[in-house]
Structures are given as structure tokens and as C-alpha cells.
Design a protein around this ligand. Sequence first.
Ligand code: 5AD
Ligand code: SF4
Length: 432
Amino acid sequence: MSTRASGSPPRIHAITLGCQMSASDGADTVASLLRRGWGRSEELEDADAILMTTCSVRRHAEQRAMSLIGRLREWKARDPNRVLVVAGCVAERLGSRLTRRFPYIDLAIGARRAESYSELIAAELEKKLPPDSMKSATAEPASTVSFLTIMRGCACACTYCVVPSVRGPELCRRPEDILSDARARIRSGARELTLLGQRVNAYSGVHEGRRIDFSDLLRLLDGLPGLRRLRFMSPHPTLCDDRFVSAVRNCNNVCPGLHLPIQSGCDRLLGLMRRGYTRADLLSTVARLRDAVSGMTLSTDIIVGFPSETEEDFMQTLSLLEELRPAAAFCFKFSAREGTPAASLPDDVSPRIKEERLARLNALVDRLTAEALQSQIGSVAEVLAETPYFGRTRAGFKVRWRTAVAPGSLITVCISAATRRTLLGDLNEPTA
Ligand code: 5AD
Ligand code: SF4
């Protein structure tokens, strides 16, 4: 049974799976429930409701969601008043297939309704856990680093990707709404904003009667008082034109750390993936960015074992990474997703070869990461403290130090060593 004392607010426990957008949808919904008088529960057992946001980009991610939902059967059975909400891409893709398989889900709500998650979920929760038991609202301060969705869906048709069919066409939020959302987050303590979208630099909106693009939006947000850093995820390589490059260079708060998914270094596979660029395009895009923005650091996404990938094709990906030298890369084995064009190609790279290529790729990425971290040793970096002992540099490197500082402060750290993924250093003078 729930341990909730009568009169105390119901408590929500959030489980987020998948990308940053999925995590941010979950976090925003929980924040809105807290403002309505809910409490938060870190422990499953103390929770009156669970909100799970899910991912279906790879089969493995979807299976993980299913197995977690399966394990929550017991949690539900122990108290019939508990409420289980499953949101996000799995709920969208599977629809009633999901609720038929797990009939104890109280509400399944797909990613296309993410804009109205908070209201829909609150209404459903409050039917079962009525608001008259609520006391005062607990508005948690925003964390130093905040994620802000500026557009949803995707207008691309990459042949491996389930997102366009699951999340639907590209829809951009209005600039006014983005600006007021950004101001609200800064007021409640955010110092760094990361703008989110599947192809974030495809943004388009109308501001004060004029059509604006992503570069204009960056300029509008860059000037917000109190903001120290602006990031965005993920730009599409075909949309990094000169306007984009100059906005990244000229906006003081825009950080020189870019997550630019490249997927492959082989032109034949890039064509089959329908990515819209070649290896040469990537090299010139990255060269333009690096010429314009000093210290520009990259991270990327790579897929191995796409249908028909040969050893030579794979070697092209390795050699492109050697040339581009990203500081990090997220590498995935191709996963055939129902309904995508690539799912009708023969999935002819054997699981053993996919595994072996993934291991070789990860070994290369580990080396590139180590080299990028080593190159920072001896530098003095501006770091935004996210916790008393942890923060990130402008380029996006993680840093730890040993003297507590207030989260949200900008400090300078003398970098003296590195672990596998993190820089270590000692505090200099606070700069703000
Ligand atoms: N198989 C493997 N990886 C995929 N990604 C997207 N779809 C698939 C798929 N079907 C990867 C891409 C993308 C990241 C979010 O997930 O690299 O950039
Ligand atoms: Fe997963 Fe993609 Fe959906 Fe994000 S948008 S939750 S990565 S399927």
C-alpha cells in the first residue's frame, strides 16, 4: 500500500528513457505537477503515480520500456489507487497494442501530444488522486542547466529512422512562447539553455510580423539578461550554412560545443540512408565551423551495420572520425524499425560483425575522447557549476573539482588531469 498520510500531497516518480527531448518532456511534466501541489518521490514504493517517458528509436530501447512496464505490474497490484502513465514514442508507435499487452496502464499518451502532457496527465491523475488532498505547491528551483524544446517532429526521411512516422511532421513553437519560456526558466535559476529539436537548425517562425530562422532565434535568445550559455541539439549537417556559422560565432553565449550527427563516413551508405550530404560536405562544413569558431568541439552519432555495409564502407567511417576528431561519439548498431524504408532492405550484416564493428568504433572513439581530454590539461577553463563539485566547460567537457561552489556560478578551473570521461582541476577565482 502507498505510505501516503491522509492530507499529504500525492507523489510522482518519473522514469525517463531515451533522448534529451524525452527526458525534458518528463521533467517539464513533473515540474508542472509540483506546481499543482504534487510531491516528488525518489522511491518507487513511496510513489502514488509513475510517469514513464519512452523511446522507440531502436528496438532495444523499446524492449527496455516494455520490460520496465512489465515489472511495474507488481507495483500496481500492491495498491489499486496507484496510477501508471506511459508517455512518449513507444505509446505513440504502439497505441492500443501497448495497453492491450499491459492492461494495468492507466494512461498511455503518445509523443505527438507532448505539448499537452502536463494538462492531460494532471487531469487523469487528479481523477484518481483528487486535488482536495493537496496542500501547498512545491515549486522546485530550475536547475542551472535547462532544456527547452523549440520544435517537434521531423521533416526528414532518413531511411533508418522511425521518428518522422512516430513523432509526425516538423512543428515549430512560436518565438514568443520560446522567449517567454526561456525568461521563466532564467527567472527560476537556469543559467544555461539547450534548445531541442530533431533538426534544430531547421527552425522557422514568425516574430513581430517577420519570418525568422534558427540563426535569428539564436540572436533573440542570446541577449536575454541572466543567461550565460546557449546550446542546441541536434543541428542537421545540411543546414549549417554561412548564416548559421556566423550566428554561432557572433552570439556571445552560444557555446563552441556542437553535437552534429553524421551517421556514416561512406558516401554510398549516406546515400542509402538519405542523409542529403556526402563525406566531402561534412569535411567542408566542419572546416567552416572550426575556422569561424575557435576551440569548436564536436560530438556525433554513428550507426554501424547498416544494410549492405562492407568492411571498406566501415573503414570510411573510421577514417572520417580520424579526420573530424570528435571529442565524443554515440555509436549504435543498426536496428531495423518496422515501417521504415531501411527495414525492407536485407539486414545482411550479421550480429557478430555488427558487434565487432561497434567494438572497433568504440575503441577509436575512446582514443579520440582521451586525446581531446588530454589537450585540455594545463588550460584554464571557464566552467558553469551544475553542482558544488561538477560542471562543464563552454566546449562541453565535464569537469570536477574539490572546493564547493554555489551551483549556477561561473568559475575558472585550472585543468590538471583527466579520467576516462572527465577533466579534473582546481578552482581559480570565481568570475561571476
Ligand atoms: N538503428 C540504429 N540507430 C539509430 N538511430 C536512429 N535510428 C536508428 C536505427 N534504426 C540513431 C542515430 C540517431 C540517434 C538518435 O539514434 O544515430 O542520430
Ligand atoms: Fe527516442 Fe527519438 Fe522518441 Fe527521442 S524522439 S524518445 S530518441 S524515438
